[in-house]
Design a protein around this ligand. Structure first.
Ligand SMILES: [Zn+2]
Length: 204
């Protein structure tokens, strides 16, 4: 268990170090900034229509690295998947051998995969910044509506799944507390349909 903790701690440091190296600022960090990092790191990026269970794949052969990412993913999980793959690039080339890391919602290479999740979470939205944003909201007992408010208040480009997992880890909410909530619909009910999703509704 201690080894696991040490492994994760090392990845948290790596995430902070690489964020600084690439000048990442949470509020500005999105897909185009991630693509710039890929370019700087010499990783070729492909948008492939992968099987729906697969989010992304990391491959490396003869010193050439490439990542294929599921084309149909929404922006936030796509960004998360790209940074998850970045961890494989930095740390797992030896473990990879001549194969590929196929990453999705399953548990092959459990520690390596969970480590990539830990790395990506810290890289995209460092826990210290998350805790500052929580403190600013000052919520004691969390409701689903509060999670929507957090999503709108925080500057990081992360999904509702991300926020709920973080809140679970910090024991602000119980595990699976909001599992059945359709957050997008709830957000629209509270704040209206965002302009970019309104598609030519008749003007009133
Ligand atoms: Zn992976």
């Amino acid at each position: 268990m201690t080894d696991r903790r040490a492994y994760y701690d090392d990845l948290l440091s790596l995430a902070r170090e690489k964020r600084a190296l690439h000048g990442v600022e949470t509020g500005q960090f999105g897909l185009s900034a991630a693509r710039r990092i890929y370019k700087a790191e010499g990783i070729k990026l492909h948008y492939w229509p992968l099987s729906y269970k697969i989010k992304a794949v990391y491959m490396c052969a003869d010193g050439y690295s490439s990542v294929a990412v599921q084309k149909s993913l929404p922006d936030e999980p796509k960004l998360f998947a790209l940074i998850h793959e970045l961890k494989h690039h930095y740390r797992d080339q030896e473990a990879l051998g001549s194969g590929a890391f196929i990453c999705g919602d399953f548990n092959a290479n459990e520690l390596i995969e969970k480590g990539a999740e830990v790395f990506a979470a810290e890289f995209i939205y460092p826990r210290a910044e998350f805790e500052e944003d929580l403190a600013a909201l000052g919520i004691k007992s969390w409701t689903a509506e509060d999670v929507v408010r957090l999503k709108r208040a925080c500057k990081a480009k992360v999904s509702y799944t991300f926020l709920c997992k973080r809140l679970e880890r910090l024991r602000k909410i119980a595990r699976g507390q909001f599992a059945g909530v359709q957050f997008q619909k709830l957000e629209e009910r509270l704040f209206g349909v965002p302009f970019y999703r309104q598609r030519r509704r008749s003007s009133v």
